[in-house]
Ligand binder design. Structure first.
Ligand code: C5P
Length: 231
């Protein structure tokens, strides 16, 4: 193996569509393995929020790229239960978790030069002792030589139901069909874009989580990790 970043630092990639539970799984794994965590979706969401704050149209490529090169982002992991996301000194952890931000993130994430401007920032997360990287193109573009890659998938109906249950449990008045529509819209855009489309890396282990509990998914991932170079 060449002496690349991913072979020097152990990187586990976790890709898949929205609402599949990658975020939760990535957090659990990072904690279990004692690794760092990259929530790459949060970076695209921060870019989306910054573009709104700075009044930059999602079509204005030049301004978006310039903005991305200057994004002042901090991930504060001092509270173990939840990473805090800071943009320009302001804690925006909850503000980036809504569907408007997600949709805008997905729009600007389809722009190649925007992705290029955010690439190194993501690679910088690969630090000792290791990294769990969660996203859409972790195994295909950002860490193509990662020794272990996972791609989580689940039927759109199942993902929408999980999101619906979660939002309802948080006391929000939501409509199942609206959630399903948003998930399908984002899936279509993310998987059909020309640059870094959502797809499993050729060497990724694909896990369909439709009928699996969080714990069952974790056990399956850990069994692969134990067999792999991370053992
Ligand atoms: O994962 P999350 O839902 O936070 O991602 C928000 C959006 O950011 C996705 O719908 C996708 O368009 C974009 N994204 C991406 N590449 C990544 C992570 C997220 O294009 N690695």
């Amino acid at each position: 193996m060449t002496d690349t970043l991913e072979s020097v630092v152990k990187v586990v990639t976790l890709d898949g569509p929205s609402g599949v539970g990658k975020g939760t799984m990535a957090q659990i794994l990072a904690k279990d393995l004692g690794y760092h965590l990259l929530d790459s979706g949060a970076i695209y969401r921060l870019a989306a929020l910054a573009s709104i704050q700075q009044n930059i149209s999602p079509e204005d490529e030049d301004k978006l790229v310039e903005m991305c090169t200057q994004l002042d982002i901090t991930f504060d992991a001092s509270d173990e239960s939840k990473v805090q996301v800071i943009l320009g000194g302001e804690n925006v952890t909850s503000r980036i978790r809504n569907e408007d931000i997600a949709q805008r993130a997905s729009l600007i994430a389809a722009i190649g030069p925007v992705r290029a401007a955010l690439l190194q920032r993501q690679r910088d997360f690969a630090q000792e002792p290791g990294l769990v990287a969660d996203g859409r193109d972790m195994g295909t573009v950002v860490f193509p030589e990662a020794p272990v890659k996972f791609y989580l998938t689940a039927a759109a109906q199942v993902r929408a139901q999980r999101r619906f249950d979660e939002l309802q449990a948080n006391g929000l008045d939501v409509e199942f069909n609206a959630i399903l529509h948003e998930i399908q819209e984002r899936d279509t855009r993310d998987s059909q874009r020309k640059v870094a489309p959502l797809k499993p890396a050729d060497d990724a282990i694909v896990i369909d989580t439709s009928d699996l509990s969080i714990d069952a998914v974790k056990q399956e991932i850990l069994s692969h990790l134990n067999k792999s170079v991370l053992a």
